[in-house]
Design a protein around this ligand. Structure first.
Ligand code: COA
Length: 260
């Protein structure tokens, strides 16, 4: 698939995805969502990719939300389909990806933009970034998992306030309430995200995948996360990476993981 609205490139085992509709503040239209779904599945099946850095083009916006011009005439059924297909193909696909996604929030992350960042495993923001879920100003609520992921990240009271007031918060405040992991000057944003991914990519890939599944299980009410952890822990013992990791430690050398 050739992409119109995103840039994607693998460099040194990191897949860089840039949402590239700067004139529309990188708003997520159908085409962009389809391209994202495609590149997310590429990341999952490409062994060379050990982690993903997701950002927006320009300095003004990460993503200013779903593209309002596309859904303003939708019916109830179309609205439900929009949320369901987006959640399954993009937002849940990111959260369930066994390749770690780091969102580098370079500006406005609003509505679907903040939901996209929240689907990622780790979030880093520029000190100029602003975040919020303003859907109620449009007569809507968040539809790409925002009510659930924001509540899990910052707690019910803070999520209820942010969603019902539609307030935008600064990166500094977002860090304070646990919505993002780090806030850095704009010029250091990509470097900080790379620093995190460069550490992760040296670790055992199958253990990273197992860790993501186990951490995700902690917020999945349908499953017993402790049981998932036991199962994933046990499976690690059957990997070559485990033998390499423990062997390297005992032989006092650096491990060379192959993801097998
Ligand atoms: N959907 C579609 N287009 C969008 C968009 C969105 N979510 N967000 C921004 N744009 C477009 C604008 O329509 C404008 O396009 P135009 O130049 O063709 O008119 C362009 O991006 C620039 O945005 P603009 O509003 O002129 O920039 P601003 O600096 O005045 O305001 C924001 C920036 C982010 C405050 C404002 O764009 C905004 O409120 N966007 C919508 C946020 C939102 O409600 N998101 C949730 C959607 S569910």
């Amino acid at each position: 698939m050739s992409y119109q609205n995103i840039l994607s490139e693998v460099k040194a085992n990191i897949l860089y995805i840039t949402i590239n509709r700067e004139s529309k503040l990188n708003a997520l239209n159908k085409q962009t969502l389809a391209e994202l779904a495609d590149v997310i599945s590429f990341a999952a099946k490409t062994e060379e990719v050990r982690g993903v850095l997701l950002t927006g083009a320009g300095e003004k916006a990460f993503v200013a939300g779903a593209d309002i011009s596309e859904f303003s005439a939708y019916s109830t059924e179309q609205g439900e389909d929009l949320a369901r297909s987006g959640q399954v193909n993009v937002f849940d696909a990111i959260e369930n990806s066994t390749k770690p996604f780091v969102a580098a929030i370079n500006g406005f992350a609003l509505g679907g933009g903040l939901e996209l960042a929240m689907a990622c495993h780790i979030r880093v923001a520029a000190d100029t970034a602003k975040m919020g879920l303003p859907e109620v100003t449009l007569g809507l609520i968040p539809g790409y998992g925002g009510t659930q992921r924001l509540t899990r990240l910052v707690g019910k009271g803070r999520a209820a306030e942010l969603i019902t007031t539609a307030d935008m918060i600064t990166a500094e405040r977002a860090e304070k309430i646990g919505l993002i992991n780090h806030v850095v000057p704009q010029t250091e944003l990509i470097g900080k995200a790379e620093e995190i991914l460069n550490k992760i990519k040296q670790r055992a890939p199958l253990a990273i995948a197992a860790a993501i599944r186990a951490v995700n299980a902690a917020v999945n009410e349908g499953v017993n996360g402790f049981e998932v952890e036991i199962d994933e822990f046990g499976k690690c013992f059957g990997t070559q990476d485990f033998k390499e990791g423990t062997g390297a430690f005992l032989e006092k050398r650096r491990a060379d993981f192959k993801g097998r």
